[in-house]
Design a protein around this ligand. Structure first.
Ligand code: NAP
Length: 496
C-alpha cells in the first residue's frame, strides 16, 4: 500500500493511448513522479480489452498512431487489433512508462484538497494515493453494455459480450445468435460465420457501411517508411485529410455543404446494392437516418455474409429471451447455444465521468454535467476542478482518430504546464468565463451539423445523450483544435 504522505506529481487513471499520451507529456514538462492506475491487468486500454475475432482498426494505421512515434511495420493499412496492442506495449517501453503503471486498480473516486492543493485518489481496495495533478483517461467506449432484454438472465447457454471475448470457447458447429449491428458486429460477423451451424443476427438499427480500402502493406513500403519516415508522414497526412473532410464537411457542416455528406451516403448505398442481391434484405439493411448521425463503419465482407446465407438477418424486435432461445415479438423462437452481445458501451450514464470526482467546495463533476449540461473548457478542463486534466471530456473528441484528440490535448497540457512553471504556480483552474465562451462557440457550431440539420431521430446513436445533446465531438476542425491548444489565452486559467 502506498505511503499516504507521499504527494506524487500526477495520478493518471487509464493506461490506454490517452493515459500514455498524458504521461509522455507530463514527462516532457518535467514531471516524472507519476502513477498510472489501470483497471485491467495490462496496458493498451480498448486494444487490450477487445480481442474478438476480426478486430482491426477502422482508421488507417499510419493515422491511428502517435505522430511522434510512427510505426513503419503495420502489416495492413487497417492493422489487426493485436498489432495495436503490440504498438501500445512498444510505446510504453520506449517512453519508460511501464514503471508508473499499476494494474488491477479500479479507481473509485478522486477529491481535491483545496488547502493542501492536491488530489486524493481512492481505489476500490481503499488505497489512497495523493498527487498534484489528476488526469483521467478512462476512454469513451470502456463500460460494456449488456442488452436490457427480458429474461436474458435465464438463458442457460453461453453468453459472450464482445468486450469480454472468451478465446478458449469454441464456436464450431454451434447455433449462435448475435445482437447488434454496430462497428464491432460488422467486424465480428463475417469472421465467425462460416464455422457456425446456425447464425441469426438481430438488428434493431441498420448501420451505414462503406467499402474498406484495406490492403496489405508491401515489404518495400515498410522499409521505405523505416528508412524515410517522411514518406509515412505523407501517407498519414493523406489519411488524416480524408477523415477531416468526412468529419468537418460531412458531419459538422452538413447544413451548408450537404454534398459532402451525400457522397458518403451514396458510397454506402452503392456498396449495399453491389453486395446484396435480394431487394427485401437490402431494404432491411438500409439505414433510415442521415449518414453521420451514428458512426458509420467500413467492411468488404459484412454484407456478403448475409447475401451468401451464412448469417440470417432478423429485424423483428426481440420480445424476450428464454433459457434456450430468443423469442421475437411475432412469437417466433430461435433456439440457440450461444448468445453474443455486440451491444456496445454505456457512454453517458457510467462514463461521464467513469469515477466520482469532487472538486473545489465539494463540487461533483458527474452532478455538474447532469444538472448544468455536459461541458468543458477546450475539451480538457473544468472550472471548479483545479489541476485536473479530463481527457475524456465533453467536446473533446476531435477528428475521427483518437490520436488527434490525444495529441492536441498533449499540446494544451504543454502550454499550460509551461505557463504554471514560469509563474511558479501550484495550481490551475479554467475560468467560468472562458468555459462559457468555449461552450457557446461549440453549441453555435453544432447548429450546422448533421445532428441538428439531418434526420437523426431513428439513429439511436451514442453521439446523443438521453436529453438529445451531442457533447461527444468537438465541433471544430482538428486544425482549429491544434491551433487553439497552442495559443489559448493563458488568462483563461487562474494560476495560483
Ligand atoms: P455500438 O455501435 O453502440 O453498437 C451496439 C449495437 O448493439 C447496436 O446495433 C445496437 O442497436 C445494438 N443493441 C444494443 N442494445 C440492444 C438491445 N437491447 N436490443 C437490440 N439491439 C441492441 O457498439 P459497437 O459496435 O461495440 O461499437 C462502438 C464503437 O466502438 C464504434 O462506433 C467505434 O467507434 C468503436 N469501434 C471501433 C472499432 C475499430 O476501430 N476497429 C471496432 C469496433 C468498434 P441500436 O443501434 O438500435 O441501439
Amino acid at each position: 500500500m502506498t505511503n499516504t504522505t507521499t504527494i506524487h506529481d500526477a495520478v493518471i487513471v487509464g493506461a490506454g493511448f490517452g493515459g500514455m499520451g498524458a504521461a509522455i507529456q507530463l514527462q516532457r514538462s518535467g514531471y516524472s513522479d507519476i502513477v498510472i492506475l489501470e483497471r485491467e491487468d495490462d496496458l493498451g486500454g480498448t486494444w487490450h480489452v477487445n480481442h474478438y475475432p476480426g478486430l482491426a482498426v477502422d482508421i488507417p494505421s499510419p493515422t491511428y498512431s502517435y505522430s511522434f512515434e510512427p510505426n513503419p511495420y503495420w502489416t495492413r493499412l487497417f492493422a489487426p487489433g493485436a498489432e495495436l496492442k503490440a504498438y501500445a506495449t512498444h510505446v510504453a517501453e520506449k517512453y519508460d512508462l511501464t514503471r508508473y503503471m499499476r494494474f488491477n486498480q479500479t479507481v473509485e473516486s478522486a477529491a481535491w484538497d483545496e488547502q493542501a492543493k492536491h488530489w486524493t485518489v481512492r481505489t476500490t481496495t481503499g488505497e489512497e494515493i495523493r498527487a498534484t495533478f489528476l488526469a483521467t483517461a478512462t476512454g469513451f467506449l470502456s463500460q460494456p453494455k449488456m442488452p436490457d432484454i427480458d429474461g436474458i438472465e435465464s438463458f442457460e447457454g453461453k453468453v459472450i459480450h464482445t468486450a469480454a471475448w472468451d478465446d478458449e470457447y469454441d464456436l464450431e458447429g454451434k447455433r449462435v445468435a448475435l445482437i447488434g449491428t454496430g462497428a464491432t458486429a460488422v467486424q465480428l460477423i463475417p469472421t465467425i460465420a462460416d464455422k457456425l451451424k446456425e447464425f441469426t443476427v438481430y438488428q434493431r438499427t441498420a448501420i451505414w457501411v462503406s467499402p474498406k480500402m484495406d490492403t496489405a502493406i508491401p515489404t518495400f513500403a515498410k522499409s521505405l517508411f523505416a528508412r524515410l519516415p517522411l514518406s509515412q508522414r505523407a501517407v498519414r497526412l493523406g489519411g488524416t485529410s480524408i477523415l477531416e473532410l468526412l468529419m468537418v464537411a460531412g458531419v459538422l457542416h452538413y447544413g451548408s455543404i450537404p454534398a459532402a455528406n451525400k457522397i458518403g451516403e451514396t458510397l454506402c448505398r452503392a456498396h449495399l446494392r453491389r453486395e446484396i442481391k435480394d431487394k427485401e434484405l437490402r431494404r432491411k439493411l438500409t439505414p433510415d437516418y442521415s449518414f453521420g448521425c451514428k458512426r458509420p463503419t467500413f467492411s468488404n465482407t459484412f454484407y456478403k455474409t448475409f447475401d451468401s446465407g451464412q448469417a440470417r438477418l432478423e429485424t423483428t424486435p426481440i420480445d424476450h429471451i428464454e433459457k434456450d432461445g430468443i423469442v421475437t415479438t411475432d412469437g417466433n423462437k430461435v433456439e440457440i447455444d450461444v448468445l453474443i452481445c455486440a451491444t456496445g458501451f454505456d457512454i453517458w450514464e457510467t462514463n461521464f465521468p467513469a469515477l466520482t470526482i469532487i472538486g473545489r467546495n465539494g463540487k461533483d463533476l458527474g452532478q455538474t454535467w447532469r444538472t448544468d449540461g455536459f461541458q468543458s473548457y477546450e475539451g480538457i478542463a473544468m472550472p471548479g476542478f483545479p489541476n485536473f486534466f479530463s481527457l475524456n471530456s465533453p467536446f473533446s473528441y476531435s477528428g475521427l482518430s483518437y490520436f488527434t484528440t490525444v495529441e492536441s490535448q498533449m499540446k494544451h497540457m504543454a502550454r499550460l504546464l509551461e505557463a504554471m512553471d514560469k509563474k511558479g504556480a501550484r495550481s490551475f483552474e479554467a475560468t467560468e468565463e472562458a468555459t462559457a465562451e468555449f461552450m457557446e462557440r461549440m453549441l453555435n457550431n453544432l447548429d450546422d451539423s448533421v445532428f441538428r440539420q439531418g434526420s437523426c431521430s431513428t439513429s439511436r446513436s451514442y453521439y446523443f445523450t438521453k436529453k438529445g445533446e451531442t457533447p461527444l465531438l468537438r465541433a471544430t476542425s482538428t486544425i482549429n483544435a491544434f491551433r487553439e491548444a497552442g495559443s489559448f489565452p493563458i488568462s483563461d486559467y487562474e494560476l495560483v
